[in-house]
Structure formats: structure tokens, C-alpha cells
Ligand binder design. Structure first.
Ligand SMILES: [Zn+2]
Length: 444
């Protein structure tokens, strides 16, 4: 549900890697259900279905204009590299970088820094409208212009520096192994992605917001008791002060190994009651228990493999036909960066629906886990109602949204599922019972 306002230049950080990857389980709203000691969830009112709310006129407008702006951004992501490529501008940037850097590795680094700065400026108007003006116009943002701007520059800066440090590697591979570089690059992205997911919560996320322990200790104890039942020991829960930035609500799981954590936006804690928060926690724990973070990394790698293979074949084909205009005749020339970005963007449009379908399935299973561990269907459904209202969502988006942007089942589908999924009441087995300890088994 959270759409990270990551400027496109940041994707350069993971050029050939993250551009086409599905969202790294980075964030989303995900209610599940609650476990209140000594209270049966199956009281009468819990069985009353929660109606899927009609979206407000404002939410419908936000959704519809959002689709147009998304389409425009996708087009822009094709147009910018295409212009830099076909005008020969990229070759001229490479000449400057070569003059300054001389050696291959410095030439690549300086090219990346120059290219990132140019793309940041070209993207800025749309980025500013989408990430700042529009969010304020719809009353979704609390962010000052200063903070928005410094976040944008920081993100772009991190992206440019990380890219400058690493992008020489695929280029070296293209030189050394022109036929198999796409395979070797993909293999290298797997440890790279693991490291990114490992360190991002520790080194990057705190640059943008304050992460601290939960303030409500009683609620924290309830969450930890739920984590015990899910077999997650020593889980860390962070509260992040997103209220300085946004009025929307969210929670997410992130990190790997020692950096694994559940993060709750303070806006979500302010808006949801405790049982609803526990539902959200059950959902996030489901992602952990079911191994969704490492699985998403593996899917990203598969998508990277297909994308790079396409880049290799289509790139060579295009260079053979337009090298005069491009100003370079080898894929191994760093001036080919916009060509790679252009082809990766095409691959992304084709493959993101696959990644989304997989993500929706994971989200659905995390919802199921949440319901099975808390059996608080009504609280779950009510949490979704609040998510829809606070985030100006629409319950049943159309085909284009679901296909290209729907990383989660629609809110309507999720509420429907909460209203109907009660295998324990029908004497049917639970899918995740082997991962869920009964409340009585948890020492207090
Ligand atoms: Zn989720």
C-alpha cells in the first residue's frame, strides 16, 4: 500500500538489479487478527460480516488521476533514456567522463554521477508533482518542502554513489564474457540483494525517519506474545515517526537475519485500536514465518535473469542498427547506460505483472496466517476499512491497476476473505496450524 517515492535515479543504484525487481517486501499494510488472552474470538458480533465501504468521491478521484500519472511516469521512464540515447548525449557524457577519469573504472563512476544528476533534473518536475504537490493537494501529506526535498536529494545521492561504486562490475563482465555476462551478473545480484536487504533497515532507513521502540508497552507485550505463538523469538518491533511525513497508515517487515524487524508507522498506531494492530502484526509475522523476504529475493533474481538476457539480445540488435546515432558500437561502452535502462523499463512493463501476481499470492497467504493465528476476522476486516479510508484507497480497482500496480489483493477482496474464512468454525484443518502454537501453550 505504501508507495515509496523513490526517484528513478535511485534505481540506478541497483542498475541491472532492482529496476525490474518486485518491491522488496518493503512495505505494505497487512492486517491480520488479534489474540486476546481469555477471550474467545467467536463471539456473536465477530460473525457479522463487515460491509466493503464505498470509496469517497475524493478517493475515486485520487485513484483515477493516480492511474494517469502512473502511466505518464512509465512513459517518461522510456522517453528520458531514449532521448539521451538517440540524441548522442550519452556518448558526449561518456567523453567528458573519460577525460576526467581516464581509467575504465573511474570513467564508469564519473559517467554514472553525471548521468544521475541529469536524470534527477529531468525527472524533477514529475517527481515533485507526484511526491509532494499531489500528496498535499489530497491532504495525505504532512511533510515540509524542506524535508521532502532533502529526502529526495539524499535518496538520489545514495543511488548515484552506490551505482558509481558497483556498475563497473557488469561492464567488466560484458567485456570479459560478452556471451554470458547476463548470467554472471544475475548470479552476483543475489548476494548483492541479500546485503541490500540486510543493511537497508540499519543504514538507510534511519536517514529518513526516527525508528524507536514502541511507546505503548502493554501493546508491545501483546505483540511479543503473538510472536511467541508464531514461533518468532527475539523479534524486534519498531515504531517509526511517519506522522511528520504522511497521514497514511502502514506497517511492514524488512531486513534479514540480525536486521529482521517489524516496523509500525505511528500513524497506524494512532488510528487502529489494539486488536486491529494485532491483526496487522499477525499478517507481518506471516511474511516472516512463510519466508516471504528470501523468496521475493529469489523471484527478483529470476526476473533479473530474464531481463538481462533480453537486454543483451535486444541491445546488440539495436546497436547494430543505430550505432551511428548512439555514438558507440559496443554494449560494453558505458555510454550504453540509457540503452540498458530503456530495455530494462520495457522488460519491467512486461514482467511487473508477474511479480505482482506472486506478491498478491504472498499477501493473501499472510492474511490467511493472520486470521488463523488471531481468529479475529471482524477486527481484521475493520482494519482494512480503516486502511482504505486513511490511504484514500478504492476497494475494487480496475484491470490496469490490478495488473501493473496491484502488489496486494484489493481491499474489497481482503475484506471478503475476512468475512468468510473460518475453517476452525467449520471443523476444517488450518493451513498453517503447524506454525501456530495455541494460546495455552505459551508460557506467561
Ligand atoms: Zn504484507
Amino acid at each position: 500500500m505504501r508507495t515509496d517515492p523513490i526517484p528513478r535515479v535511485l534505481t540506478l543504484a541497483f542498475l541491472l538489479v532492482l529496476l525490474v525487481s518486485p518491491p522488496l517486501r518493503a512495505a505494505e499494510p497487512a492486517p491480520a487478527a488479534s489474540a486476546v488472552p481469555g477471550r474467545s474470538a467467536l463471539i456473536a458480533d465477530d460473525l457479522t460480516p463487515v460491509p466493503v465501504p464505498q470509496p469517497s468521491a475524493l478517493a475515486v478521484r485520487y485513484h483515477e488521476t493516480g492511474n494517469w500519472i502512473w502511466g505518464l511516469s512509465e512513459l517518461w521512464s522510456l522517453l528520458v533514456p531514449a532521448v539521451l540515447l538517440f540524441s548522442g548525449a550519452s556518448a558526449r557524457i561518456r567523453n567528458v567522463a573519460h577525460k576526467l577519469g581516464r581509467r575504465f573504472i573511474f570513467t564508469v563512476g564519473i559517467y554514472i554521477l553525471l548521468f544521475s544528476a541529469i536524470v534527477f533534473l529531468l525527472d524533477f518536475p514529475l517527481h515533485f508533482y507526484r511526491g509532494y504537490l499531489r500528496q498535499h493537494a489530497y491532504g495525505l501529506s504532512n511533510q515540509s518542502f524542506h524535508k521532502w526535498f532533502s529526502n529526495s536529494v539524499t535518496q538520489a545521492g545514495i543511488g548515484a554513489v552506490v551505482s558509481a561504486l558497483f556498475v563497473w562490475i557488469p561492464y567488466l563482465l560484458i567485456q570479459r564474457s560478452p556471451r554470458r555476462w547476463w548470467l554472471y551478473t544475475t548470479i552476483l545480484t543475489i548476494p548483492f540483494l541479500f546485503v541490500v536487504v540486510l543493511v537497508k533497515p540499519i543504514w538507510v532507513d534511519p536517514l529518513f525517519n526516527d525508528f524507536g521502540p514502541m511507546k505503548d508497552k502493554a501493546l508491545e507485550r501483546e505483540i511479543l506474545a503473538l510472536a511467541d505463538r508464531a514461533g518468532i523469538s527475539g523479534s524486534r518491533i519498531y515504531e517509526v515517526n511517519k506522522s511528520v511525513d504522511t497521514k497514511t497508515v502502514n506497517a511492514y517487515v524488512t531486513g534479514l537475519l540480525g536486521s529482521k524487524r517489524i516496523v509500525l508507522w505511528d500513524t497506524l498506531l494512532a488510528r487502529l485500536d489494539n486488536r486491529e494492530v494485532l491483526v496487522v502484526m499477525g499478517h507481518e509475522m506471516g511474511h516472516f514465518v512463510l519466508g516471504h523476504v528470501p523468496r521475493s529475493i529469489l523471484l527478483s533474481s529470476l526476473i533479473t535473469l530474464v531481463s538481462l538476457f533480453w537486454v543483451d539480445r535486444a541491445g546488440r540488435w539495436l546497436i547494430a542498427r543505430a550505432k551511428g546515432r548512439f555514438g558507440f558500437d559496443q554494449l560494453s561502452d558505458v555510454a550504453s547506460i540509457p540503452l540498458l535502462l530503456l530495455l530494462l523499463q520495457v522488460a519491467s512493463l512486461a514482467l511487473v505483472p508477474v511479480a505482482n501476481a506472486y506478491s498478491r499470492q504472498q499477501e493473501h497467504e499472510a492474511d490467511r496466517f493472520a486470521l488463523e493465528i488471531t481468529r479475529a476476522n471482524r477486527d481484521a476486516a475493520l482494519a482494512f476499512v480503516k486502511l482504505q479510508e486513511e490511504n484514500l484507497g478504492v476497494p475494487r480497482p480496475g484491470f490496469i491497476y490490478r495488473f501493473w500496480r496491484g502488489s496486494h489483493p484489493s481491499i474489497g477482496e481482503r475484506i471478503d476473505f475476512c468475512n468468510t474464512y473460518r475453517p476452525w468454525a467449520q471443523g476444517r484443518p488450518l493451513r498453517y496450524s503447524r506454525w501456530i502454537r495455541p494460546e495455552s501453550a505459551v508460557p506467561r
